[in-house]
Design a protein around this ligand. Sequence first.
Ligand code: AQP
Length: 326
Amino acid sequence: MKKRIFSGIQPSGALHIGNYLGAIRQWVQTQDKSDSLFCVVDLHAITVPQDPKELHQNIRELAAIYFAAGIDPDKSTVFVQSQVPEHSELAWILNCFIPMGWMQRMTQFKDKSAKKKQFSIGLFDYPALMAADILLYQTDAVPVGEDQKQHVELTRDIAEMINSKYGDVFKIPEPVIPKTGARIMGLDDPTVKMAKSAEKPSRSIYIMDEPDVIKKKIARATTDSETEICFDQNRPGVNNLLTIYQLCSGKTQKDIEAHFQGKQYSDLKRELTDVVVDKLTPIREEATKILKDKKALDDMLLKGAEKARGLAAPTMNKVKAAIGLG
Ligand code: AQP
């Protein structure tokens, strides 16, 4: 039997090339080998303030990009989290079992809340909703970045605790950290991660950026005063540009270094622009087409949500029966 995989992205801003290279690109490769669910996790996005109009637009755009990048709705279940109410329902039930101390240990909450004057209970409770997302589908594997590993470990602890009380309710999921899941850094500041919620548009190459915008952003990207073009963690700007080049071109580091030997940063930036534009243009064009047919996109997402609800129902019945509800 194929392994079941669950993964999602928050519609918390416009999607960038880091999200594509670090997540969606890998999903497209795994969908043939696994029984995959790919979710637009909009309930996670509202754990921080969102503008309603922008959120609505981001949800649709993210879904359109999933399909445009090659997620096939006949192979994978693609849906919007808030269209499957079982996610919130299970999250509430889990909330009533998770010891407070377990949640207080979550480092992402500590980091995110430290930067804010005020934050919601939802931000604190984010890992419980993530656990519900995963456990609802009896998921085998969760592809995540290093920063989300602690949340998957918490999910395992929650599942084991409930199973030990009530028998075999949940499958214990495994975190999968993709080997090639390089962290793409900001173009303007390569010491911070490229992020959807970053305020400066110059930080990120967005999937929906036109070629001339991509060209300008790469031309202004931070490098250094050295001359040699090589992969070097201690030179974060050049290293980041080369990493994006590597992931978009599919070439090896050795070949790339040989190719750029004796060349200048202006050559690297020009060639990088070409490979990025080649990679993103078909996705942008297809997503634009998908977004134009509002009803077709709504229908695809509703179909995905119905399929997801069908998969979630047996778990919800099992959980409710186990704890005495319903
Ligand atoms: N810079 C990145 N490089 C590589 N992969 C990245 N991902 C995110 N940023 C990079 C991967 O994309 C997915 C998005 O997950 P998410 O929406 O839950 O949130 P995130 O990781 O916090 O993404 P962002 O873009 O940084 O958004 P905001 O600004 O909203 O926090 C994950 O698979 C992640 O690894």
